[in-house]
Write a protein that binds this ligand. Structure first.
Ligand code: AMP
Length: 190
């Protein structure tokens, strides 16, 4: 299996690039943010609880997102591989993901980390908020909290994947096509 962690701060372009990677490599896209937004739209108990946290731009508890990812992996074991987008976001999630995949006889192939400066992220998120209607993209304070959460809890995962020799950093500024070529080049060289 080709299992990719598509990594980077909010607004780095993970969703856009994930869609291109899915097409090219026939992978299954697992975005915890998308799964949580579906739960909210369906007004489930999990959705109701997650909404409050997401509206502040904070992280949903590890056990909630790990449970969601576990059931998706379980249901899709016969695909070519997974693109994890927005997951893992903490060390506990990264360790749980490694364990889950190990039990299934597979592992993470690579972490592709998109690098974008904070000012550019804020500009992109505000502009996305105007089209997407995502409330967490429309308020500068919430955006700042999401970037803080990323810097404090999520960015340290770069060291985790570096230690396991899986970390690859990719310049995340440029045209969608250019960035996509950079990602493909790394994957094709694996
Ligand atoms: P995203 O669509 O990836 O930007 O995620 C939107 C929001 O969903 C985040 O700000 C968090 O509140 C929540 N979320 C998504 N994925 C995770 C995760 N792996 N761990 C904790 N919270 C998450």
């Amino acid at each position: 299996m080709l299992n990719i962690v598509l990594f980077g701060p909010p607004g780095a372009g993970k969703g856009t690039q994930a869609n291109l990677l899915i097409e090219r490599y026939g992978l299954l896209h697992l975005s915890t943010g998308d799964i949580l937004r579906r739960e909210i739209a369906n007004k489930t108990q999990l959705g109701l609880e997650a909404k409050k946290i997401m509206d502040e731009g904070s992280l949903v508890p590890d056990e909630v997102v790990i449970g969601m990812i576990e059931s998706k992996i379980e249901l899709n074991l016969f695909c070519n591989g997974f693109i994890f987008d927005g997951f893992p976001r903490t060390k506990a999630q990264a360790v749980a993901l490694d364990n889950l995949l190990k039990i299934k006889g597979t592992c993470i192939s690579v972490m592709l980390s998109l690098k974008v400066q904070d000012e550019e992220l804020i500009r992109r998120l505000i502009s996305r908020g105007k089209d997407s209607g995502r409330s967490d993209d429309q308020d500068e304070e919430i955006i700042a909290n999401r970037i803080n959460e990323y810097n404090n809890k999520t960015a340290p995962l770069k060291q985790y994947y570096s230690f396991h020799e899986k970390f690859q950093e990719i310049e995340g500024v440029g045209s969608i096509n250019d960035i996509s070529h950079r990602l493909n080049k790394v994957i094709d060289s694996l």
